[in-house]
Design a protein around this ligand. Structure first.
Ligand code: OSB
Ligand code: MG
Length: 373
């Protein structure tokens, strides 16, 4: 923070926000989000954080309800009333908590926003970022049919997005990829399986090598690295890990055994900026490019992702996109906007760089609790 400051108050909220379009992955359909937000107060400054835990325990074991529990019963009581010299230093407060990284990241990212505001600096600069514009790709959910998918891809390309990711699952995979490539022979294309396959599907993955995919994201079990290494030995297309990487140590081990050639970094999955920076550095030192994943965030989580993406090893377009792809009204002002070249420009206001619309935040709030020192 520049000097030790006391966290005077923490406000915890649960928001309910309707998605513009349902989002389908191999693990289910999301129509409406429940999003846990924290606001930390110190002196006259405030910082905001978002938990990326989902509505059910399907992407990971965490849900918005487990995040609320861990935050309200453990993390916030250990934070409020205490002094911290920096957001990075706060990590020792939660050293004893195993897992629940999305709950941890909620407060951790808020403290980074707070620190940047105390220092009068944009968060991306505090993190050590160098990119002033970031490249954006889109993640397109499983669609009712191929025609609907083709129309979506065309819409996103027309908006300027720089790479297309399509979700796959058994029964919606090789024929779909083949058809997309037939219609769009030259686009940057990748697929994300969200752990829907096993090594028994080796032939399927060998066939995917014919379609010049940038990468295959998390094809196998969400806790696995060993089978991914085996798969990577047998196919040419780079594997990117998402679900399996929770720390810099995980990333180092995955790289060492050849389980991936690319890493997706998500703030929630790794527990916040401190660990995300470490994952970034481990990958950079091993020549492994990273990109920033998305979790259908509100504007707060989106703003954190934009700041993170400014780091130099974010060499591939991320799943960081305009607010309007998800929300009719976002809780930040201005909403996140992507230019016609598929880029977001870093903002220079202190902290996350976007103003929070407190009225909209209150309107979307279905539960709140205040913790005072
Ligand atoms: O695997 O990247 C994923 C959304 C929810 C859970 C997991 C994932 C995703 C996405 C959407 O792919 C990314 C986005 O926010 O646009
Ligand atoms: Mg993924």
């Amino acid at each position: 923070m520049g000097r030790p400051v006391r966290i005077d108050q923490v406000e915890l909220r649960e928001l309910r926000m309707q998605l513009v379009h349902p989002f389908e992955t191999s693990f289910g359909i999301t129509r409406e989000r429940r999003i846990v937000i924290v606001k930390v107060f110190s002196e006259s400054q405030t910082g905001y954080g978002e938990s990326t835990a989902g509505e059910g325990p399907f992407y990971s074991h965490e849900t918005y309800q487990t995040a609320w529990h861990i935050l309200s019963d453990f993390i916030i009581p250990n934070t409020v009333g205490k002094e911290f010299a920096s957001a990075a230093e706060w990590a020792s407060t939660v050293r004893e908590i195993r897992g629940h990284r999305m709950a941890q990241a909620c407060v951790e990212t808020a403290l980074w926003d707070l620190e940047a505001k105390f220092r009068g600096q944009p968060l991306w600069k505090l993190l050590g970022g160098s990119r002033t514009t970031i490249d954006c790709g889109v993640s397109i959910g499983i669609q009712p049919d191929i025609d609907a998918l083709m129309a979506k891809i065309q819409t996103e390309l027309d908006s300027g997005y720089r790479r297309i990711k399509i979700k796959i699952k058994p029964g919606w995979d090789i024929q779909v990829i083949q058809e997309v490539r037939r219609c769009f022979p030259n686009i940057s294309l990748m697929v994300d399986a969200n752990s829907a396959y096993t090594l028994a599907d080796m032939d399927l993955f060998r066939k995917m090598d014919a379609f010049n995919l940038m990468m295959i994201e998390q094809p196998l079990h969400h806790e696995d690295m060993i089978d991914h290494a085996e798969l990577q030995r047998q196919i040419q297309t780079p594997i990117c890990l998402d679900e399996s990487i929770h720390s810099a140590d995980d990333a180092a081990k995955a790289i060492r055994i050849g389980a991936c050639r690319i890493v997706n970094i998500k703030l929630g999955r790794v527990g916040g900026f401190r660990e995300a920076l470490r994952v970034h550095d481990v990958c950079r030192d091993q020549g492994i490019p990273v990109w920033c994943g998305g979790m259908l965030e509100s504007g707060i989580g989106r703003a954190h992702n934009i700041a993170l993406s400014s780091l130099d090893n974010f060499k591939l377009p991320g799943d960081v996109t305009a607010s309007k792809r998800y929300w009719t009204r976002d809780i930040i002002d201005p909403p996140v906007e992507v230019d016609s070249d598929g880029r977001i420009t870093e903002r220079n206001d202190p902290g996350i760089g976007y103003r929070i619309n407190e009225d909209t935040l209150t309107e979307f709030t279905v539960r709140s609790q205040v913790f005072a020192a």
